[in-house]
Design a protein around this ligand. Structure first.
Ligand code: 3UK
Length: 537
């Protein structure tokens, strides 16, 4: 077997994947397309122009050369605070080709979160898009140990764009193995500090093949469009991994997703595969009254990140004639491991187990539950993270004997369809993005009027979860709509912009256990029947 190749043995079901001894995943995803004659094919499209497979391969090589020339070494971490643009591809794949570990970060975060990740990762380099300078620069200044190399992607002398222009386009791939560490992705923790899932070279092959090819049926003539950004595992799979696995085309949106930016892209580039999140499907349905995009190019719509309410699926089908395939994935599993499939859709269900993965639902004692009963969902498969970086305790709790505890409560019916029943911790998904109640509470109590706060998720009219706060005010402070608006604004300024309570309830005290722990479940049930005091503006 040649180096850096993967054989797919279709005589077995699911087909077996065999990796060569030397295996650097940048070769099958980037260089293979040149060898297979796709040099002139367009790999990436955006409003800034097209990038062919030949340009992509050359720029990946230039990036790999540049990173080594700047002094980075094999195994070093390179943080990326980069918007969806071709440079994201060059950096991510260029680093991998050179044996450097790229770590894409959520671009919506604030400086304190970046400081934490700089310190936690011990990163040797950080690359950022100029749009995020305002949070990234103070984050570096505030870190106990700053990365030795800091690069802006464009717009200044010595930016990444100007430096790679001068680099040669040839590069000798650094030899790695399929099981070697390849890239990391941070995921939020319930206590507020994020943890990095360490992924291997093989993992992107597994997700592309198992979910991409074998479940969704992705093909070379597909055009991919993902509303979820590349820094999310969901977006990374949808728009960076899957298209490059089958030699297809990705459409990038460098701006915030929404009708104003997405609809023109859909009209211009006519995607065949559309990847959204429930909150956006719901928002677009609202928007259809005024404007409706031409979705006639789309073969399949996919949804993940949070459960897709059956009603949104029904209305989307009514309005567009298209079904949405809901699937559950995670940063730790890298992509979707239970999913609905074309021609096999159960509204309100996450679907069935994706080929190559195994799922178990366990009760509190660790025994498998009967069909119809709910319990903890565990999965195993070849794309799951090796560990969390620098967090043995968390790794031991979440990843046991090859099984990944998802933290989700699920039930399975007799036909093998899985139904989401909620989280087993206090974490919530807002618009498909993790939101820690603890983080919002910590921000609220920084406000001079607030003594204590508790945040829980509340389902809105569309059945999508939004954070709601219960706030105890300092003596002499009176709750008012004005103060509620001020607290919301205070959260929006200090936290990632989506992490703010949509409702504020002023209460005299919070329900607590004998040991003083907030009983969020009491507040959650209160949410169900009582109207809220003050809505967010
Ligand atoms: C929740 C869902 C119900 C669930 C992701 C596709 O969301 C992704 O990764 P994250 O690490 O979050 C994982 C958690 O999100 N969840 C995701 N999808 C669904 N709950 N129905 C769904 N369809 O709590 C899960 O544990 O941000 C999604 C691909 C890759 C991903 N990383």
């Amino acid at each position: 077997m040649q180096s850096h190749t993967v054989e797919i043995d279709a005589s077995e079901h699911p087909p077996r994947l065999r990796f060569s001894a030397d295996f650097n995943v940048a070769v099958p995803f980037i260089d293979r397309h040149i060898a297979e004659g796709r040099s002139a094919k367009i790999a990436i499209r955006s409003v800034d122009g097209d990038v062919t497979y030949a340009d992509l391969a050359a720029n990946v090589n230039r990036c790999a050369r540049l990173l080594l020339r700047l002094g980075l070494k094999r195994g070093d971490r390179m943080l990326m605070v980069v918007k969806d643009c071709p440079a994201f591809f060059y950096l991510f794949w260029g680093a991998i080709k050179a044996g450097i570990i790229p770590v894409p970060l959520n671009t919506l975060l604030r400086a304190t979160s970046y400081t934490y990740m700089i310190e936690d990762s011990g990163a040797a380099a950080l690359v950022y898009s100029p749009e995020f300078a305002e949070e990234v620069r103070p984050a570096i200044a505030g870190a106990a140990r700053a990365p030795q190399i800091v690069l802006c992607t464009e717009g200044e002398a010595n930016s990444f764009a100007s430096l790679i222009a001068d680099a040669g386009a040839q590069f000798e791939t650094v030899a790695t193995a399929a099981d070697d560490d390849c890239f990391w992705l941070y995921s939020s923790g319930s206590t507020g500090s994020p943890k990095a899932a360490v992924h291997r070279h093989r993992d992107m092959v597994v997700t592309s093949q198992r979910f991409g090819v074998e479940t969704l049926g992705i093909r070379e003539d597909d055009v991919f469009y993902s509303e979820a950004k590349l820094f999310f595992a969901y977006g990374l799979g949808n728009n960076l991994t899957f298209p490059l696995w089958v030699g297809a085309t990705a459409v990038l949106n460098g701006a915030r997703p929404g009708p104003a930016t997405s609809f023109p892209l859909i009209a211009q580039f006519r995607p065949t595969l559309y990847f959204g999140v429930p909150t956006l499907y719901a928002a677009y349905l609202q928007h259809f009254a005024t404007e409706k995009p031409d979705l006639s190019s789309v073969r399949h719509c996919v949804s993940a990140g949070e459960a897709l309410p059956a009603e949104i699926l029904r209305r989307w089908h009514e309005e567009t004639g298209l079904w949405i395939l809901d699937g559950i994935g995670s940063t730790e599993a890298l992509h979707i491991f239970i999913s609905n499939a074309p021609g096999d859709i159960r509204p309100g269900s996450s679907g069935r187990v994706v080929p190559g993965y195994t799922a178990r639902i366990l009760d509190e004692r660790g025994a498998e539950v009967a069909d119809g009963d709910s319990g903890q969902l565990l999965i195993s498969g070849d794309s799951t993270a090796r560990c969390y970086w620098n967090n043995a305790e968390r790794t031991a709790r979440t990843m046991v004997d090859g099984w990944l505890n998802t933290g989700d409560t699920y039930r399975r019916d007799a036909e093998g369809y899985y139904y989401y029943c909620g989280r087993s911790d206090d974490m919530m998904k807002v618009g498909g993005i993790w939101c820690s109640p603890f983080e919002i509470e910590s921000r609220l109590v920084e406000h001079p009027a607030v003594v204590e706060a508790a945040v829980v998720g509340r389902a809105d009219r569309e059945d999508l979860v939004k954070p709601e706060a219960f706030v105890v005010l300092r003596q002499g402070q009176a709750g008012s709509a004005g103060l509620a608006a001020e607290l919301v604004d205070f959260c929006r300024k200090g936290l990632a912009p989506y992490k703010y309570p949509r409702q504020i309830n002023f209460v005299a005290e919070l329900p607590k256990t004998a040991t003083g722990k907030i009983q969020r479940f009491v507040l959650r049930s209160a949410c169900k029947d009582e109207p809220s005091t003050f809505g967010a503006p």
